[in-house]
Design a protein around this ligand. Sequence first.
Ligand code: RB5
Length: 152
Amino acid sequence: MKIAIGADHAGFRLKDEIKAYIEELGHQVEDYGCTCGDSVDYPDYASEVCLKVVEGQADRGILICGTGIGMSIAANKIPGIRCALVHDLFSAKATREHNDTNVLAMGERVIGPGVAQEIVKVWLETEFSQGPRHINRVNKVKALEEKYTLHP
Ligand code: RB5
């Protein structure tokens, strides 16, 4: 798969480690920064990665900030994105099976690189269940997006 990855200043170290790991798993990674500890704004990186996903230039996105919270909030503002903030393996698997998430958010200040790598592996390798009830719920989420998106 083609994976778009991005982070703010509080997540770029974990982002760099995860990037190398994803490549080891055999995926292609496009890194949208940031690359150092100078203070930046997480919505800028969330939007860049998410646009690659909704435009089809990336299959999935991964976003990292200090907590993962800011990135996940920003990502879920973008129509077509279903982003999950994940810090455990159960949720990594469940959010692919049940929510068909296309973006994963994590917090460098919350988990270490070992757990983050396992989460990424499970999240990348788990398929959406295609169960009718889950399809129905994801479609309802998409309908909410359409209903509440402000059209000028
Ligand atoms: C940066 O200090 C921090 O606020 C940011 O990385 C993130 O955790 C926000 O949700």
